[in-house]
Design a protein around this ligand. Structure first.
Ligand SMILES: NC(=O)c1ccc[n+]([C@@H]2O[C@H](COP(=O)([O-])OP(=O)(O)OC[C@H]3O[C@@H](n4cnc5c(N)ncnc54)[C@H](O)[C@@H]3O)[C@@H](O)[C@H]2O)c1
Length: 426
């Protein structure tokens, strides 16, 4: 790296060196040393802190056990990536806004509507540059659908059917055994998982949502559904372990052979087969899915009406074989059908009776359909532009744009809990 390019690189701090902070964003910076360098990291887990520090060559003095000291002591930062757990987004974001540092903020913005509005007000007061990690907008798949809609290819959009297929094993990993299982320590499932989907619907439909109805419950992952002969942990002699689709052993050691990435990297820093087996023996990911402390819903169905007249349905479900999102956009002159995981978009033009399928070519291991890299390229590009010119345009997923998705999720949760159709105030 020449001295000149070293000087143009943005100085970035990472708060939370977990799957997202070190895995998705830190790894992008390692691949693009011309754009940025990680100069400080905070994480209370010594193993993660040391591993991320070594990867980025961060001196020991710039490694912190918590975000508070990092923000107080690091004086020459261009950007901060906030990838701490859900309950710890608001406070570091407020601190970084007060310091005038550009922020990449993981979703959810925060866990309650007053907190989200409070953060937006703070950012508005100072003109802070806050980008929310709604990565789907940065994927080739959704960008192409947006372009087709904006070109009027299907006439006037009338209604949308959107489904988030979480995947049975993925749901068990994150929402039964994992970090997002309990509403006391994480966001409700509809916010944690589907704020991305609300964001995409709002962006594609192009108008605020006016009303939402919603139904959903924790239908399956409860003690009442535990099969006879099952045990507290899959490895404790469970009688149905060999046939249970949720068996931890089958998921982490057979379906997905251990690898140094998500989901295994969530279980243990040692992602060898032995390390994963040890984690299943002792840690939360080896527990029986019917005997966890989970309370978040495992499926939720929504009906939405938007201010421009468009109506939409959304289903978010654990009970799917594929991990994907499918969408049907129905317009006055045509229809768009898409499968995110397959990278397949089909456009039907009613007047021509013509059906065209586009298969987008996205690198096989690109995370979130290329959205993680797209987000980072956009964010770091704007940070550099801000340094060069003293300003940069707002991100597509700015805090202001992103708040809408969260207000939709809070309204959906109120509608589900009350059984009442709920109006939204933006
Ligand atoms: N944009 C997306 O698509 C997407 C996908 C997955 C997760 N997320 C969100 O990203 C965030 C991080 O998720 P993750 O999967 O990386 O979780 P993780 O548990 O792997 O990482 C979080 C890290 O924060 C650290 N931490 C805890 N307290 C801290 C403190 N006081 N100071 C600094 N660090 C602290 C933890 O030790 C952990 O290493 C969550 O809010 C999650 O909802 C977003």
């Amino acid at each position: 790296m020449s001295e000149l390019s070293a000087a143009t690189r943005s100085r970035v701090a990472i708060l939370g060196a977990g799957s997202r902070g070190a895995g998705a964003y830190g790894s992008y910076i390692l691949r693009r040393p011309d754009l940025a360098q990680v100069v400080a990291i905070a994480d209370p887990r010594p193993d993660r802190l040391a591993a991320a520090g070594a990867q980025h060559g961060v001196p020991a003095g710039n490694l912190y056990a918590s975000w508070e000291r990092l923000i107080a002591e690091e004086r020459a930062l261009d950007a901060i990536i906030i990838a701490t757990p859900d309950t710890m987004h608001l406070a570091p974001a407020l601190a970084a806004i007060a310091r005038g540092i550009a922020i990449l903020l993981e979703k959810p913005i925060s866990l309650t509507e007053p907190e989200v509005r409070h953060l937006l007000a703070a950012a508005d007061r100072t003109g802070a540059d806050v980008t929310v990690a709604h990565v789907l907008r940065y994927t080739a798949f959704f960008a192409r659908i947006k372009e087709l809609l904006d070109r009027g290819v299907i006439g006037t959009l009338q209604c949308v059917r959107h489904t988030e297929h979480i995947g049975y094993w993925h749901f068990a990993h994150s929402y039964v055994r994992g970090n997002w299982r309990n509403a006391a320590t994480a966001a409700p499932m509809i916010l944690a998982k589907a704020c991305h989907d609300f964001d995409i619907l709002h962006w594609l439909i192009g108008a605020p949502c006016a009303t939402i109805s919603s139904f959903g419950r924790l239908g399956h992952f409860t003690a009442a559904n535990a099969p006879e002969g099952s045990t507290g942990r899959c490895a404790e002699g469970c009688a149905v372990e060999r046939t249970c689709p949720y068996s931890a052993h089958r998921i982490y050691l057979e379906k997905f052979p251990p690898a140094d990435r998500w989901p295994h990297a969530v279980l243990s820093i040692d992602t060898s087969a032995e390390g994963i087996a040890a984690a299943l023996h002792e840690g939360p990911y080896g527990r029986c899915v019917y005997r966890c402390d989970n309370d978040v819903v495992d499926h939720q169905v929504l009906l939405m009406h938007f201010e421009n007249g468009v109506d939409a349905t959304m289903t978010v479900s654990a009970f799917t074989g594929e991990v994907t999102r499918t969408i049907n956009l129905m317009g006055s002159l045509g229809e768009i059908a898409g499968d995110f995981n397959a990278n397949e978009i089909t456009v039907t033009d009613f007047s021509l009776g013509d059906r065209r399928t586009s298969n987008l070519s996205i690198p096989g291991d690109a995370l979130h359909g290329g959205g993680d890299d797209g987000l980072m390229a956009d964010f770091l590009g704007r940070v550099q532009e801000r340094r060069r010119r003293g300003g940069a345009p707002e991100a597509s997923t700015s805090l202001r744009a992103s708040v809408v998705s969260h207000l939709m999720a809070f309204a959906a949760e109120r509608a589900r809990a009350s059984g009442q159709c709920t109006g939204l105030t933006m």
